[in-house]
Design a protein around this ligand. Sequence first.
Ligand code: SF4
Length: 460
Amino acid sequence: MLLRHTPKEVAERHGVTINPAKTCQPVGAMYAALGVHGCLPHSHGSQGCCSYHRSALTRHYKEPIMAGTSSFTEGSSVFGGQANLLAAIANMFTIYDPDIIAVHTTCLSETIGDDLNQIAQKAGDDGRIPAGKKVIFCNTPSYVGSHVTGFSNMVAGIVRGLAAKTGTPKDQVNIIPGWVEPSDMREIKRIAKEMGVNIVLFPDTSDVVDTPQTGEFKMYPDGGVTQAELATVGDSIKTLALGSFASEAGAKQLDIDFKVPYEVLDLPIGLSATDRFVQALASAAKVEVPDSFIAERGRLVDVIADMSQYLYGKKVALYGDPDQLIPLTEFLLDLNMLPMHIVSGTPGKKFEKRIREIVGDRIPNLNLKNGQQADMFLMHQWIKNEPVDLLIGNTYGKYIARDENIPFVRHGFPILDRIGHSYFPTAGFTGGIRLLEQMLGVIMDKIDREASEPGFELVM
Ligand code: SF4
């Protein structure tokens, strides 16, 4: 009964966010930087920020997350952090030997106004960046945006710092996968391979934050998009940006720098969004969708048909990142379920517009909010007023789920109290079956728990 004090009456709030449905920008910047091979993220601020960012990622991925910090003291807080960052760059290249250092700012260095472009330039001029090594950077002031904004900013930083073109057109498609699990990134690569399409996926955290136990410690795991791959993204046919919030900025930067056209798609979660992704990939690369893939889709459609009796008309509350919530909402509607309450802490007008486009007039009393005050407190109040049959979101929803006795599927970031998200994709047709299995599992568990003796069924 941790949240028993949450009142049912919803009052207009302006100055306060209670239990935000987001975290801070640098967490996303750090995650994106880990998706480049040989890259060491660096947090330009105080040690506390860096510790928080690392631990947020470690607790979700259950892997050690390596990163440097400028270790601001009172002096750097007053006079600026240039000296700290210059020393950090020299130390990190000398001691940890990364190929790339990816610097992001924090609230403190942003408030001071440190100019990362100028500091990186000076590090190069002073000979602190060894030959062949790179320092890339982006600004992540955490008093605006969210972890998704930070991810997006670092993806654009990766493009500015590492993308290039050889001048010889390449028969390949760039895919910016957005903030998804390493399992989803692996699945997107499998889909492309099955379709016979050459892709450069960046960032790519598969084999970085889900590494196998081999008995050998690798400071820089085998995964991640390589510099050699990024040096050809300017030659690609097209860029597919999956999720406008996390991926559009990077795709746009690539278009500006190298005239690579781009298309923004929803994340391929669920039936309809995966259909659109597969079609877009096939048409960009001018290939046919293979029969094996049509069978994969058919299996998802079969499970949907078989299980519709348990899902039809069920009310759902969901919260998290906009790029995830958009296709999830669409998938729920494809299942004839009713997404009633939707909350995202990430600001941006496109979110509400896209959700309303998808929902149309199917949910007349839809509760929808993102940005400031779109928090877990509001979500709980909405649920108290209009109870739901299913809750979908990150670990923090477990308090609401327990208080209100709602079946709960963990999805999104962070998931601190379960594993599975790193290993089993929810993207693609096969991922759709995984999502369905998770939703059905928790709904059936509740039915079993509460069934009378005569109603306790052995079969579905
Ligand atoms: S919100 Fe700002 S001060 Fe807090 S951890 Fe994030 S960057 Fe650091």
